[in-house]
Design a protein around this ligand. Structure first.
Ligand code: NAD
Length: 321
């Protein structure tokens, strides 16, 4: 069995490798070559932690396994470690033997950023110039870095409930040599692409705060009850997702579904666009929306990719198990 410790991931994994792995597995999901297992997520009644498993099997990529982990809100204060903690376990699909254990913390941020980045590649207008960020926490910086690689953006605008966090994304814009401007939510009308990545439980962005032709990657809503967008925005947009079953239950679409504004049939897997079986954006005026719920197969795909890189670089630890 191979172990790839968390400390090695930053030197091994690139944004490009994460993008390729996620794009490939989204395509495999839409061809039914890969599927996700039902998600388990439990409040364990200890340390206020949320703990769970996301797993799946990619027949073509040969990745079988799960990510175990969750959210421990007191970690940073009490233990000096980040609140999100996860580990990926990969198994040999031919025998069921464990193949690798991989640190999942940085990989989670990279695979989540890769998902919205894949959606921008396939759905945003080619001439997109202004990117708007709603959210400025840990994931937001990863999201922005990956998104900026997809179009020739000229400006970053941002809104956050806690404005003191905006420098987190201002710094990323500066690294890329782009101007950054803090705006109110109405200012998001200037954005050609919007990424939402907050832990909100109420709609933040309304349908009239988004301009025709915009692509929105809605990434924060990954649990029942969370919400970032007004349901009428989903009714106005063409909705794409990683996994329809998750989109309607734990993703942003849950609210528009409950309100009866859209049905499951209105939601398209992004993989279908990657595969060319759905045309994606139909016009420059269409609002496209990616509901990124976060699937286990994304975790397995980036973990498998990092294991290959670790072996290549001689840093995978082999144990007799
Ligand atoms: P974080 O704690 O570092 O940042 C939270 C962000 O949400 C900050 O910008 C904060 O100001 C904002 N926020 C908090 N409460 C809010 C409210 N009531 N209304 C509006 N904004 C509010 O968290 P993070 O690690 O950056 O994660 C952000 C979100 O992304 C979380 O909800 C997390 O569960 C989700 N996430 C999704 C995926 C996925 O695959 N879709 C993967 C990882 C994380």
């Amino acid at each position: 069995m191979l172990i790839v410790p968390e400390r090695e991931i930053a030197d091994l994994m690139t944004r490009q490798a994460a993008f390729d792995a996620v794009e490939r597995v989204f395509a495999a999901m839409a061809r039914s070559d890969a599927y996700n297992f039902p998600v388990i997520r439990e409040a364990i009644g200890h340390e206020d932690a949320l703990y769970g498993f996301k797993g799946g099997f990619d027949r073509t990529g040969g990745a079988l396994g799960l990510k175990a982990g969750g959210y421990w809100p007191n970690n940073l204060e009490r233990h000096g470690i980040i609140n999100h903690q996860s580990t990926v376990f990969l198994f040999d699909p031919d025998t069921g033997r464990v193949r690798a254990v991989v640190g999942g913390n940085l990989l989670t941020a990279l695979r989540t950023a890769a998902a919205s980045s894949v959606s921008i590649r396939h759905l945003a207008r080619e001439d997109a110039k202004v990117i708007g960020m709603v959210g400025a926490g840990h994931q937001a910086a990863f999201q922005l870095r990956a998104a900026l690689e997809q179009r020739r953006f000229e400006k970053v605008i941002g809104w956050n409930l806690h404005p003191e966090m905006l420098p987190n994304i201002g710094k990323v814009a500066a690294e890329a040599g782009l101007p950054f401007e803090a705006v109110d939510l109405d200012g998001m009308r200037d954005a050609d692409v919007i990424v939402t990545i907050t832990s909100s439980f109420e709609a933040i962005l309304g349908a009239d705060q988004v301009s025709p032709g915009c692509h929105i990657a809605c990434m924060g809503t990954d649990t029942k009850g969370k919400q970032e967008l007004a349901p009428d925005l989903l009714a106005r947009a063409s909705v794409f997702t990683d996994e329809v079953a998750q989109s309607v239950s734990i993703g942003e679409a849950q609210h528009a579904i409950v309100a009866g504004l859209i049905t499951e049939a209105d939601i398209t897997q992004l993989g279908a666009v990657i595969n060319g079986s759905h045309r994606g954006r139909r016009s420059d005026d269409e609002i496209t929306l990616f509901d990124g719920t976060g699937v286990g197969l994304q975790d397995l795909a980036v973990a498998a990719s990092v294991v290959a890189l670790a072996v290549e670089n001689g840093v995978a630890i082999e144990v007799d198990f």
